[in-house]
Design a binder for this molecule. Structure first.
Ligand SMILES: [Zn+2]
Length: 297
């Protein structure tokens, strides 16, 4: 059934309130046992023009942040990974991430995050930074929002934003790819972003981010390139004591009701397992070393 967005928001809000008691019980239990899950949101583009399903306007983005600040605790991916590894989390940590690298994010979203000292990891596809070409998913719907420049990346990094990799050309890694392509899309991107940001680049976000867009072979290349962790976009919470080499993320763009539903422990979502199954043995030894120079937002 295809409901209008406003109706969806209303229904989801009604569902959240009808399950409020159960959510409060769960929150108390997780707090007491130190088993609170962390939720990582991903956004793409914050702008007031050219709306689409991967764009949120400035006012709504600020509303999300205000709500999260009131109800949860903002955390960097580094801090979320630490509590994944030490197996203890008594507060609802929320990570903020961006994918692709849209220039308009530097108009409001990024300065606003920096001003509020909210940690953020910004995943960049390097081809678009180098060429200024619009993203293929925008062209497909007749739009062409400009990508970030190298100096945007350098400035964001200098101001405390953590830069992550999101491939070179934004391919679907679920498709057949040669070793050469995988090195170009993974290894070379890490080198470039470290050079541009003057930061250690430790996180890789798979484009599209669903189980069908991620293969064991690509994951092996990610760890071989020196990344400490990959992130997906198939939804799901991150439970303390479990996987710190793969962090699951939830779509932030669709609206406040969906974000609030995830962040207040929807009982239906809690039992869902990660759909991304991979061989951890091939990953880095755990715990990884954290560079002490990693900038903090
Ligand atoms: Zn993307």
């Amino acid at each position: 059934m295809n409901l209008p967005p406003f109706t969806k928001e209303l229904l989801l809000t009604a569902y959240r309130w009808s399950t409020r008691q159960r959510r409060l019980e769960l929150a108390r239990e997780f707090q007491m046992k130190g088993t609170y899950p962390a939720t990582i949101l991903f956004y793409h583009r914050v702008a007031d023009v050219g709306q689409n399903s991967w764009t949120i306007n400035q006012e709504n983005f600020k509303r999300h942040l205000d709500w999260i600040e009131k109800n949860s605790k903002f955390a960097s991916l580094e801090d979320i990974r630490k509590s994944q590894m030490n197996g203890h989390r008594t507060v609802p940590m929320v990570g903020i991430t961006f994918d692709d690298g849209y220039k308009e994010n530097c108009d409001f979203a990024i300065p606003h995050l920096i001003e509020r000292r909210i940690p953020c990891t910004y995943f960049v596809s390097t081809h678009f930074v180098e060429t200024g070409d619009p993203f293929p998913h925008d062209l497909a719907i007749g739009q062409s929002s400009p990508p970030n420049s190298k100096s945007d990346i350098a400035q964001m990094a200098a101001e405390g934003i953590t830069i992550g990799a999101h491939s070179h050309t934004h391919p679907d890694f679920g498709q057949e790819m040669s070793d050469h392509q995988l090195r170009t899309e993974i290894h070379d991107v890490r080198k470039k972003l470290q050079d541009w940001s003057q930061q250690p680049v430790l996180y890789f976000a798979f484009p599209f981010g669903l189980a069908k867009n991620i293969t064991q072979r690509a994951i092996d290349f990610v760890f071989d390139a020196g990344f400490e962790c990959f992130v997906s976009a198939a939804g799901g919470h991150n439970w303390p004591g479990f996987d710190a080499n793969h962090l699951q993320r939830v779509h932030g763009d669709p609206g406040m009701a969906a974000v609030a539903n995830w962040l207040t422990l929807d009982p239906r979502k809690l039992s869902s397992k990660s759909k991304i199954i991979y061989d951890r043995e091939k990953g880095p030894s755990c715990p990884p070393s954290y560079p002490s120079s990693l900038p903090k937002a």
